[in-house]
Design a protein around this ligand. Structure first.
Ligand SMILES: Nc1ncnc2c1ncn2[C@@H]1O[C@H](COP(=O)(O)OP(=O)(O)OP(=O)(O)O)[C@@H](O)[C@H]1O
Ligand SMILES: [Mg+2]
Length: 629
């Protein structure tokens, strides 16, 4: 059953795992990102200052060539030349120091920011209703953490800083060029227009293929993930060659798109380089004539101007490259914020679960310690002892409002009663138990717990009071003892072992290589289905809840082991309200009430003898099974 869940990877159709794609709401997403960056205002201001200084040093350092040549080299003043070289060195060193400083601060800010985004996303994920997980694949959610947040981090680390620095360098250089020679600047401007055209054409093609590359990469990764998870099924059904063919197709699509994207991306640099050389040559010719003709334009001016004309094209290329990174980061941020803005699981409940003590007159008082009896505490302070009385009153429910799964269900379980649900697969047995602990909201009707509408009970308190052995359970990476203790974190080692004995899990645990300290990994992959279920039961026993829900708890356990743990289970169930779901009718025989479900309706109810006497569906199920036995 766990496999069934794992198989829900991203479909081969591919979820949007590639971090590329145009953001839908650029402004809004940037504003939200800014809110995260807002708390680093001081540091970001410092970054901007450092960037400005660094740009000023780059542009100014080049400008120093002019006096260097005009005032020292041409007149032959070597002492002055040495001094000037020192000044230039200092200017460039300052620029380098500022660049180093700003990138260090930026890395710091960006890593702190993405760590907070990750933490917020994870915290949010814990609050999302199960419905959300039903409608999103694992791969899709994983890619929020891996792809999207990585893209944000990448952009914050480098791109935002370089974007500002490029813009500053570009503006500074242009200004200085105009100051030096408006005439020569015109040549450069004409070339810049051509360069912009080239960047635009190559850039938009490259972006398109890059987007296609990311999309096909996402599809290929999704496919690989699914094939790894489904290896067993692939082998069982001899699907290896079909799987290979599917992979080859995606691999080829990725190769084609990646090749095109890389060709265009690779074409940018040489194209821009050549244009920049043409610009250089033109400026050289024209500038040479200007300086020979004389006037104010001297050799030093020419050297500086030429230097600038080389520098001016760099920001254009860089900006066009950073735009890709930034757009994909914003698109990633948008997807992350989308998850963060999904409405959380509603919890308007005010009734809490508390520990109480009772005096001689039977009056309850809230206990300050964590043992004793359980009670519900209403907002007005009244205490109601927890008894375990669960009632469904005309409950209608569908996972999706268009398809009703449970029709008008009414039932009650009095404290200490054992209620069983039987019926064919898909009848709605698991669904009923999902409603008691409010995994899903009901469409209409009411569910009450000790007379309190479950909607008024705080969800944590509600779930705390219910011990659930899920049909498709999960074991976490950790020791066997840790996994049992998951039911109640403060349980001592003795309590953990007692719970395991109660569940009948003690024997097999002692045979594990390190007993209770054996580390389980990969959802308990190193255990058998039955052993996993025993651990599950032990987990519920450890939690020691007043109400127990056992969904097919013993379905994977052999009949001999089942007999062995039956006594333990009886002890576990004693004094508690228990809901059991079982296909094996022998396990539900001794229930006070058995509900027979069929397509979301309770079609028969009563105890075993009543139902047999009715000679209806239960009788058929029971006798059918007996015949098969
Ligand atoms: N998460 C879900 N989203 C949408 N539909 C669901 C979901 N879980 C179950 N269903 C549907 O609800 C119906 C009842 O399912 P449920 O799991 O309650 O059956 P069940 O009686 O427990 O069956 P089984 O004996 O196989 O465990 C089925 O038709 C199923 O397809
Ligand atoms: Mg079920």
């Amino acid at each position: 059953m766990a496999d069934q869940k794992n198989m829900r990877g991203p479909g081969p159709g591919g979820s949007p795992r590639g971090g590329f794609g145009k953001p839908k709401d650029l402004g809004g997403t940037l504003r939200k990102l800014m809110r995260y960056l807002g708390q680093y205002k001081a540091r970001l201001c410092l970054v901007v200052v450092l960037l400005m200084v660094s740009s000023a040093c780059t542009v100014g350092g080049s400008y120093l060539l002019k006096p260097l040549i005009n005032d020292y080299i041409l007149p032959g003043d070597f002492a002055g030349l040495a001094r000037m070289l020192g000044v230039m060195g200092a200017v460039y060193a300052t620029g380098a120091a500022c660049s180093y400083g700003y990138s260090r601060i930026m890395v710091n800010v960006s890593q702190n920011t993405v760590a907070r985004i990750r933490a917020d996303l994870f915290a949010k994920m814990q609050k999302l209703p199960l419905q959300f997980f039903d409608t999103h694949t694992h791969g899709e959610l994983m890619s929020r953490y891996t792809n999207d947040i990585e893209n944000i981090s990448e952009a914050l680390n480098n791109s935002f800083g370089s974007l500002i620095s490029c813009a500053l360098n570009f503006t500074g250089t242009i200004l200085m060029m105009i100051v030096l020679s408006p005439l020569l600047s015109c040549v450069t401007f004409a070339m810049l227009v051509v360069m912009l055209g080239v960047v635009k054409t190559i850039g938009s093609r490259s972006r398109r293929y890059f987007a296609a590359q990311q999309a096909t990469l996402g599809q290929m990764n999704g496919y690989i993930e699914e094939m790894i998870e489904g290896q067993k099924v692939i082998k069982v059904f001899n699907h290896a060659s079909a799987a290979q063919a599917g992979f080859d197709e995606r691999n080829e699509a990725y190769r084609q798109n990646a090749t095109r994207a890389q060709i265009y991306a690779g074409a940018m640099m040489p194209a821009m380089g050549n244009l920049s050389y043409i610009n250089y040559a033109l400026t050289c010719c024209l500038g040479g004539i200007l300086s020979v003709v004389g006037g104010t334009f001297q050799l030093g001016d020419l050297a500086v101007f030429l230097n600038y004309s080389r520098q001016v094209s760099q920001p254009i290329t860089q900006i066009s490259q950073q735009v890709n990174t930034i757009l994909s980061a914003v698109a990633g941020a948008e997807r992350v914020f989308e998850v963060m803005e999904t409405p959380p699981e509603k919890d308007e409940g005010k009734v809490k679960l508390v520990r109480v003590t009772q005096d001689q007159n039977g009056a309850l008082a809230e206990a300050g310690y964590d043992t004793g009896e359980w009670a519900w505490k209403r907002p007005d302070g009244t205490l109601i002892p927890l008894r375990g009385d669960v009632r469904f009153d005309h409950v209608v429910f569908g996972y999706d409002s268009r398809k009703i799964v449970l029709h008008d269900i009414s039932l009650y379980a009095k404290p200490g009663q054992k209620i069983a649900f039987v019926g064919s697969t898909g009848a709605g047995k698991t669904t009923i138990t999902n409603l008691i602990n409010r995994f899903y909201e009901i469409n209409s009707g009411t569910i009450t717990y000790d007379g309190i509408d479950v909607r008024h009970i705080e969800k944590d308190s509600l779930r705390h009071s219910l011990g659930i052995v899920l049909q498709d359970t999960h074991l976490f990476t950790g020791t066997v003892a840790d996994n049992i203790r998951y039911g109640r974190l403060e349980a001592t080692d003795e309590e953990v072992e007692a719970a395991a004995r109660l569940a009948g899990a003690d024997t097999f645990i002692r045979h594990l290589p390190h007993g209770y300290d054996t580390v389980l990994s990969d959802d308990g992959g190193n255990l058998s289905q039955g052993e996993r279920q025993l651990l599950n039961i032990a987990r519920a026993a450890c939690a020691n809840p007043p109400v127990l829900i056992l969904d097919e708890a013993t379905s994977s356990i052999d009949t001999r082991t089942e007999r062995l743990i039956e006594k333990g289970m009886d002890r576990l169930m004693a004094g508690r309200t228990v809901f059991v779901i079982a296909h094996r009718l022998s396990t539900v025989r001794n229930s006070q009430a058995i509900m027979v479900l069929e397509q979301g309706n309770i079609i028969e109810r009563g105890d075993h003898d009543d139902l047999i006497a009715q000679r209806g569906r239960y009788y058929q199920l029971y006798t059918g099974q007996v015949e098969l036995d």
